[in-house]
Write a new protein. Structure first.
Length: 261
């Protein structure tokens, strides 16, 4: 780490832990700390930041949870690769905390991101990625022929299919944002899969049409077909929300209780 130490002056109401988080963040932004750099030893860094060693440890722990720092046993603390997938992963936790009333808003954001990801992927997706996507759809088709399909397996393949498209867009920030929305949307998709007759079959046909657009490298069709696919999920969520029982006056079914748990 080079350059002058962080300013020890602290705004009223700002904890020492916050000082650590904000100071290390600013050092990275300023270029005084770079990806892969080792932080100074605890005693020196605490003195430079004007905080206690306990506060420094708490700040380092917080930054580690954010994917900014990593502590290597017996070797010190380092700045991570700062990969977007690591830095944006905590957003998935925030998404999971949202209650069911705002789920359609999350899906609207997902639709905006994934439609553009599909268009971008259509321009540059590789044959191996197309083969992998096609194999996932073949697995789902076989599963849907069963008398009692495994809905979770179908949804997991669904998510993997969408992940291939996100990665093929060649924008790691976009892929990380889409992945961060996955936890909440997986539960919503599973609910629809179980409660709405024919939902899996409809989604499968839509996936096939998306794959066809990707295979012909047609960005406009890929964008349009992905949007149409995701609008069906949004429509389901809006309708479900309109029909949701009032928990104070009506009984709540088990799936609804799980969604809001």
């Amino acid at each position: 780490m080079t350059g002058k130490p962080a300013d020890k002056a602290r705004k009223p109401g700002v904890s020492q832990t916050d000082v650590v988080v904000q100071s290390v963040r600013q050092m990275i932004i300023d270029g005084r700390l770079r990806s892969g750099d080792r932080l100074p030893i605890e005693k020196e860094l605490a003195a430079a930041l004007g905080v206690s060693r306990n506060a420094l440890r708490e700040g380092v722990r917080a930054l580690s949870m954010m994917g900014v720092l990593e502590t290597r046993q017996g070797d010190g603390t380092y700045v991570t690769t700062l990969d977007p997938s690591m830095l944006l992963a905590p957003m998935g936790f925030v998404v999971d905390l949202q209650d069911g009333t705002g789920t359609h808003h999350l899906h609207a954001v997902r639709r905006m991101l994934e439609t553009e990801a599909a268009a971008s992927a259509a321009r540059q997706i590789e044959p191996a990625e197309l083969d992998a996507a096609a194999e996932l759809l073949r697995l789902n088709e076989a599963e849907l022929r069963r008398a009692d399909p495994n809905h979770e397996a179908v949804i997991e393949n669904d998510i993997a299919f969408h992940a291939i498209i996100a990665d093929a867009a060649r924008n790691p920030v976009l892929a990380a944002l889409i992945n961060a929305l996955g936890g909440r949307t997986m539960r919503d998709r599973l609910r629809r899969s179980i409660t709405q007759p024919g939902a899996d079959e409809t989604a499968h046909r839509e996936h096939l049409s998306i794959l066809a657009a990707l295979t012909t490298h047609d960005p406009d069709r890929a964008r349009t077909r992905m949007a149409a696919h995701l609008f069906t999920v949004e429509d389901y969520l809006l309708e479900t929300q309109r029909r949701a029982p009032d928990p104070e006056t009506e009984p709540v079914d088990e799936l609804t209780a799980l969604e809001h748990s």
